[in-house]
Design a protein around this ligand. Structure first.
Ligand SMILES: Cc1cc2nc3c(=O)[nH]c(=O)nc-3n(C[C@H](O)[C@H](O)[C@H](O)COP(=O)(O)OP(=O)(O)OC[C@H]3O[C@@H](n4cnc5c(N)ncnc54)[C@H](O)[C@@H]3O)c2cc1C
Length: 297
């Protein structure tokens, strides 16, 4: 659409922007670059009343097969460089991949974000999901967040205004885009940090089907036991609906065998919840999210 100074495409297929390789076309797909672009887009969305949603690297998202009825705002073209500030603080733009942040920090001898190794998302997606593995998560190392709210503009959150829980944040509104995150890191030997990243990659290769289209873990881990154990105990590994199948390697992962639809994945998710409830009396809760439209009120 030529009236915008940044890229806007109509009918862009979303499957290529999600790690599950599932999703129909977006009515509009926008790639804003600057805060001014975001302000122009916000003004358009306010006056038109059209709906929108944010897309990082699409590694935790299910997108409907029929597509998205409004504007999908992709964050990966947002401008910004990683900045090394004083006192081991590192400021990262929301649209860059975790892998880039981690490597840059490791090269500078700054540790603390190594747990993001193998989390194939953006910094913004990591903040929204409080991404992590084992006991480590974003909440442990984040110092502050800068956002752009589509209703009220730019805002900064200091450490005591941040509010996270397991794989969730509770301080940003649904119309608020993460622009930057500042991390409080610690000095560490470069070789140790590189080793940590390499070991994480080795572990993931052995334990997870990372070579197949997926969204990683489908369910949050309940307090009682890891979700994969409960799904395995229900005898569900290898269960298939359409082209969506529960991985033999990791029972909490659903793989797209090639042509899976969102409905296949959702039906498989329902089956997993029912069977686990029946065998372990635990109600599983999804970690993956469906891309949902929001509007400026
Ligand atoms: C192979 C594989 C392994 C994985 N392993 C892990 C793991 O170990 N630990 C873990 O926690 N997760 C894991 N995940 C899940 C996923 O990578 C994380 O949840 C990741 O943080 C999502 O980031 P993203 O940029 O892909 O976000 P997306 O999937 O694009 O979006 C996720 C949510 O965040 C919102 N969002 C994205 N960017 C922004 C922004 N800038 N501002 C506001 N909202 C935004 C979206 O609207 C959506 O609601 C894995 C996924 C895969 C495919």
């Amino acid at each position: 659409m030529s009236r915008f100074s940044f890229a806007v495409r109509e009918g862009e297929a979303l499957a290529k922007y999600t790690s599950w390789r599932i999703g129909g076309p977006a009515k509009y797909f926008a790639e804003p670059v600057t805060v001014e672009d975001l302000a122009i887009l916000a003004e358009h969305l306010r006056s038109s009343g059209e709906s929108f949603a944010f897309l990082g690297n699409g590694s935790n998202l299910l997108v409907p097969d029929e597509g998205f009825p409004g504007w999908v705002i992709h964050t990966q073209k947002l401008v910004g460089e990683i900045e090394f500030l004083s006192d081991n603080l590192v400021k990262a733009p929301a649209g860059i991949l975790n892998a880039k942040l981690m490597r840059a920090c490791a090269n500078k001898g700054l540790g603390g974000v190594g747990f993001l190794a193998g989390v194939p998302g953006t910094v913004g997606g990591a903040v929204i999901m409080n991404a992590g593995i084992g006991a480590a998560c974003v909440d442990d190392v984040i110092d502050s967040v800068e956002s752009f709210c589509f209703s009220s503009g730019c805002r900064e959150y200091s450490r005591d205004e941040l509010n996270f829980s397991y794989r969730q944040q509770h301080f940003l509104s649904a119309t608020e885009l993460v622009l930057f995150a500042v991390f409080q890191l610690k000095s560490a030997p470069v070789d140790d940090l590189k080793k940590e990243i390499a070991e994480s990659a080795k572990y993931r290769k052995e334990a997870q089907p990372i070579d197949k289209p997926s969204c990683g873990s489908v369910f949050r881990n309940p307090d009682s036991a890891p979700a994969w154990k409960l799904i395995d105990a229900a005898g569900l590994k290898g269960t298939r609906v359409g082209d969506a199948v529960i991985s033999e390697k990791h029972a909490n992962w659903i793989i797209n065998l090639g042509n899976a639809k969102m409905t296949d994945v959702l039906n498989l998710i329902e089956l997993m919840k029912e069977r686990v409830k029946a065998t372990s009396r635990v109600t599983l809760e999804e970690e993956v999210r469906v891309l949902k439209p929001v509007q400026i009120l």
